[in-house]
Design a protein. Structure first.
Ligand SMILES: Cc1cc2nc3c(=O)[nH]c(=O)nc-3n(C[C@H](O)[C@H](O)[C@H](O)COP(=O)(O)OP(=O)(O)OC[C@H]3O[C@@H](n4cnc5c(N)ncnc54)[C@H](O)[C@@H]3O)c2cc1C
Length: 413
């Protein structure tokens, strides 16, 4: 049995660790934060898992939040403008969102119960050689900033040098859930987006608001205010942005109840989408394989990072079980097998943060009048490879709409 070392206990590290333990592979997970520290830390992300990820959780025996209570079944779309668009798309199987500060510690406990070794302590770049001597394969699943020098950025898939959105994500009381229970994707052209997610946290069922603001657009005023310094001012600014740009969420605010669920339940920041090389050769001839955000960072505009991380972890675990050696050929096979989904997620997310292409606007208009196209588009949040095949070019989008019998835009003269 090869001994596997994994650096990082996020979705990527834990899904891989759990899968390997299911097959009795010896695994050591190195993490700089204990499950307790993570549980009591500041919110980092407002993460929705889609059906394929939920299926992997079921297969791993860690689906602790049953879909019937914690899941949601649709996306409600709002596209602002002179003639706003409203339409709904339904999933074939539910998605769900659980605060990672509940989710990851529960998975870490399951991993340890299954004989996984969890070591708390920060791994530095200089430790890699020692760790590589201890493990036949080092999986780097340490998130978006650590160890990035080890895996060079791939320019072909990394078109941006800076963040395309400023992110302000928080958990709130006092917003009535959408009916049927679902995510609201609200687009304010020129300003950015709002993603409202029904999320389960230690405060119960709450609303996550993720403002995706175009830098300098006005909506990003939320990134310049501090809740801790002046809660009333911050909340007023959130309400003002909802009222001005996201009316379908604003109208569900319950007067007198609207507030952040706690001062730690807010994260403001930005990230630069980047796809990195899949693997690196270490000085002792063994390999380090990048998985999750250590490999591919996407803007959360269409909620793909954790889902792609889980897919990548799964492919890695299956290949560890199936292959004869953990060498360069192994790393290339993993890279090839996960490319469709991971690069699909990256390319689709990158497409969505750019000024909207004409065919994206055509797609949105057409979906508002075609339920089967809207449902297929929604279901593809769990299949970013398929989604990218729809939006990659105008011709593909038109072929998709034709297949669904949707009204096509008039041909250019
Ligand atoms: C606001 C926001 C909303 C999001 N919404 C969604 C969504 O709806 N759906 C979705 O799929 N994705 C979403 N994402 C993306 C998602 O959060 C990430 O893609 C995902 O969590 C990455 O998982 P990971 O395991 O690769 O990395 P991480 O979750 O970052 O885990 C890395 C782990 O490594 C540890 N670590 C770091 N450095 C070291 C070190 N030197 N030594 C030891 N340990 C170390 C860290 O403590 C951490 O536990 C969102 C992101 C943001 C910011």
């Amino acid at each position: 049995m090869p001994r596997i070392g994994i650096i990082g206990a996020g979705v990527a590290g834990l899904h891989l660790g759990l899968l390997l333990r299911q097959h009795d592979v010896p695994v050591t997970l190195y993490t700089d934060r204990s499950p307790h520290d993570l549980a009591t830390s500041r919110l980092q992300a407002t993460v929705a898992h889609h059906a394929p990820t939920l299926q992997r959780e079921k297969d791993l025996g860690v689906h602790f939040w049953p879909d019937a209570e914690y899941g949601y079944t649709c996306h409600h779309h709002y596209v602002g403008g002179e003639q706003p668009l409203r339409f709904r798309g339904d999933f074939t199987r539910p998605s769900s969102a659980v605060d990672q500060r509940l989710y990851l510690p529960a998975l870490a406990e399951a991993y340890e119960n299954q004989g996984g070794d969890l070591r708390v302590g920060r791994v530095e770049a200089g430790d890699l050689t020692t760790l590589a001597d201890r493990h036949e394969l080092l999986v780097v699943a340490a998130g978006r900033s650590a160890f990035s020098p080890l895996f060079a950025s791939r320019d072909a898939y990394s078109p941006f040098r800076e963040p395309q959105r400023r992110l302000c994500a928080g958990l709130y009381h006092g917003i009535r859930p959408a009916d049927p229970k679902g995510v609201t994707l609200s687009i304010a052209p020129g300003h950015g987006e709002l993603i409202e997610i029904p999320l389960f946290s230690r405060d119960g069922h709450v609303s996550a608001l993720l403002f995706e603001s175009v830098p300098g657009s006005g909506q990003d005023v939320l990134n310049d205010l501090s809740y801790e310094e002046d809660p009333a001012l911050f909340l007023r600014a959130v309400r003002d942005q909802l009222a001005a740009r996201h009316p379908d969420v604003f109208e569900r605010i319950v007067p007198g109840e609207f507030d952040l669920t706690g001062p730690l339940d807010l994260v403001q920041g930005a990230l630069t989408p980047t796809v990195r090389e899949d693997f690196a050769r270490l000085p002792n001839g063994r390999y380090a394989l990048a998985v999750g955000d250590a490999h591919t960072v996407v803007d959360p505009i269409v909620g793909q990072g954790a889902n792609a991380a889980s897919h990548s972890a799964w492919v890695t675990g299956e290949e560890i079980g199936a292959d004869l050696a953990l060498d360069e050929l192994f790393c290339r096979r993993v890279a090839q097998r996960r490319a469709d989904v991971v690069l699909g997620a990256a390319q689709w997310s990158n497409f969505m943060v750019q000024p909207p292409a004409a065919h994206l606007l055509e797609l949105l208009v057409a979906m508002s009048g075609c339920q089967s196209a809207a449902d297929a588009f929604t279901d593809n949040f769990g299949h970013p490879d398929r989604q990218w095949r729809i939006v990659a070019t105008a011709e593909r989008t038109h072929a998709f709409l034709e297949r669904h019998g949707a009204a096509l835009p008039p041909a250019a003269p």
